[in-house]
Design a protein around this ligand. Structure first.
Ligand code: EPZ
Length: 420
C-alpha cells in the first residue's frame, strides 16, 4: 500500500498549474454517451476516478482513447451496445451513478447496483429516481439491482428538487437533452461543474438554459453531434494548494484557476492572515504571518456558498491558527472522519454532530495517520506540511482518486513530501 512521507516545517514558494476539475470531467465523460459522434475532452485530469469512468465507457461498447500526456480523452459512442453498469464498477466509484441519466437518455434503459454509501455518508439516490420516474422511466428493484426502463421513451417534466443535488441535477439534464418536449428543473444545483456540463452539451447541439436562481430549462433535441470541450479548472484542487501555502507559510501563484468560482473560499485565507491577489485565470497568495482563527462560524453550503469539499482542507490549515474556529458541515452526515487523524498529530478539535470546534495549537507533531476519504486525505497532507517532524499518511489511494499527483505539486513548491 502506497503512502506519503511528509517532513513539515518548510516554507513553500513558486507557481503551479491547477488540474482540470474531477467533478466536471466525471459527469462530462458520462454525458459523452449521449453524443452520436466523437467527443474530444481536453484538460481531463489524470485521476483513478477518470480511469474508472473510462473503464465503464469501454464496458458500454463506447470507443475511448486517453492520451494522458496531453490529458485529452476522445470518446465515440456511436456503437454503444450496453446499458448495464457492472457491480464491481459501481462499488469502485459511487460517482458511477452519473452514468444513469446519460445511459437512459441514449439507450432507453439502464441496470445498476445501488451505488452504496461511501466514506462520507449514505449517499441516497431518491431524488435521481423520483425525477426520472416523472420523465416516464419505470424503476424496478431486484435483490440489490435497480432496473430503469423507458419503453415509450423519455418525456419532459417539471421537476422541483427538494435539495439542489449536484448529481441529481446532472442526471436529469442528461436524461432530458434528447427527451420529447421540455423539462424544467427548479431548485437545481448551480455548481460551476454543472454549468460546465451544460456548456459541453450545448456545444453538441443541446438546448439548455440556466434561467436564474437554480432554474434550468431543457428543450429536447433529436440528437447531439461531435464536439471538443475543455474541462474547467478544479476549484477544490486550487483551494487545497492555497490552503497548504497558507498553513506552511510562503507564496504561490496558482494558474489555470477561476477566482470567480472560489468567491466563498479565498476570503477565508485573508481572514487567516494571508494576502490574496487574483487575476482572470490565476490567484497569488502570500502568507508570512502567524495564522489567525476565522472570525465567524464556517458553514458548508451548496454553491455559491462555502463548498463541503474544501472543509477538511481548510481545517488542516486552521489547526495552528491562533484562537477558535467553529465549522458546521451541513451537506454530508459523516464528513469529519479526518478529525481523529488530525488529533493524532496534536490538533485540538472537538466534534459534536454537525459542528467541529478547532482550537489553534502552537504546534503539531508528525504521526502515522491515514487518509479517510479523498478530501480528508488532502487535509492530512496540509497538517503534515505544518507539523514538526515526519508524518506518514497511509491509504493515499483515496487522495489519488481526486488529485493528479498532489505530492509532486507540493514538492515543486519546496515541500519535503514523497510517495513510497
Ligand atoms: C457531488 O456529489 C460531488 N461529486 C461531491 O464531490 C460533492 O461533495 C457533492 O456533489 C456536493 O457538492 C461529484 O460531482 C462526482 P449531492 P453528489 O447529490 O452529486 C443528499 C468530492 O470530494 N442526496 O449534491 O453525490 C446526499 O446524501 C466529492 O469531490 C439525497 O439525499 O452530491 C448529500 O447529503 C465528494 N438524495 C447531499 O444530498 C439524492 O437523491 C448532497 O449530495 C441525492 C443526494
Amino acid at each position: 500500500m502506497q503512502k506519503f512521507i511528509v517532513t513539515g516545517g518548510r516554507k513553500l514558494s513558486g507557481e503551479t498549474i491547477i488540474q482540470g476539475s474531477k467533478n466536471a470531467v466525471l459527469p462530462i465523460l458520462a454525458a459523452a454517451v449521449l453524443i452520436d459522434g466523437e467527443a474530444v475532452i481536453e484538460g481531463a485530469p489524470k485521476l483513478s476516478d477518470t480511469y474508472s469512468a473510462i473503464r465503464i465507457l469501454g464496458h458500454l461498447g463506447v470507443k475511448v482513447k486517453y492520451c494522458d500526456s496531453q490529458k485529452t480523452v476522445s470518446v465515440n459512442a456511436t456503437q454503444i451496445h450496453a446499458h448495464e453498469i457492472p457491480d464491481e464498477m459501481m462499488k469502485e466509484m459511487r460517482s458511477s451513478i452519473f452514468f444513469l441519466g446519460p445511459v437512459i437518455g441514449r439507450t432507453g434503459s439502464c441496470k445498476l447496483s445501488y451505488p452504496g454509501g461511501c466514506d462520507i455518508g449514505l449517499r441516497p439516490i431518491d431524488m435521481h429516481i423520483s425525477a426520472l420516474e416523472q420523465m416516464g422511466v419505470k424503476v424496478t428493484h431486484t435483490d440489490e439491482h435497480l432496473h430503469f426502463t423507458a419503453d415509450k421513451g423519455l418525456h419532459g417534466a417539471k421537476i422541483a428538487l427538494r435539495f439542489p443535488s449536484v448529481g441529481a441535477t446532472e442526471n436529469i439534464i442528461c436524461a432530458a437533452v434528447t427527451a420529447k418536449g421540455t423539462t424544467v428543473i427548479t431548485n437545481a444545483a448551480r455548481e460551476p461543474e454543472v454549468t460546465d456540463l451544460i456548456k459541453f452539451l450545448n456545444t453538441a447541439g443541446a438546448k439548455i438554459k440556466q434561467a436564474g436562481e437554480g432554474r434550468i430549462v431543457i428543450n429536447g433535441v433529436a440528437k447531439l453531434h461531435s464536439l471538443t470541450h475543455t474541462v474547467i479548472p478544479d476549484r477544490i484542487a486550487a483551494a487545497t494548494i492555497l490552503a497548504g501555502v497558507t498553513a506552511a507559510g510562503g507564496f504561490v501563484t496558482v494558474r489555470n484557476c477561476n477566482p470567480l468560482d472560489m468567491e466563498a473560499i479565498l476570503p477565508l485565507f485573508e481572514h487567516m492572515g494571508a494576502s490574496v491577489f487574483t487575476g482572470k485565470d490565476f490567484v497569488t497568495l502570500n502568507c508570512g504571518k502567524k495564522l489567525r482563527a476565522l472570525p465567524e462560524k464556517l458553514t458548508t453550503m451548496v454553491y455559491p456558498g462555502f463548498p463541503t469539499d474544501a472543509q477538511s482542507v481548510v481545517m488542516g490549515a486552521l489547526c495552528k491558527a491562533a484562537g477558535t474556529t467553529v465549522v458546521e458541515e451541513t451537506i454530508f452526515e459523516n464528513r469529519y472522519r479526518h478529525v481523529p487523524e488530525m488529533q493524532k498529530m496534536g490538533a485540538d478539535i472537538v466534534v459534536s454532530g454537525k459542528t467541529a470546534v478547532i482550537k489553534g495549537v502552537k504546534r503539531l507533531h508528525g504521526a502515522k495517520v491515514n487518509a479517510t476519504d479523498l478530501r480528508g486525505g488532502a487535509g492530512m497532507v496540509i497538517a503534515g506540511l505544518t507539523a514538526e517532524g515526519v508524518t506518514e499518511i497511509g491509504d493515499i489511494r483515496f487522495i489519488d482518486r481526486g488529485y493528479d499527483e498532489l505530492e509532486l505539486t507540493f514538492a515543486s513548491l519546496g515541500a519535503d513530501i514523497k510517495r513510497i
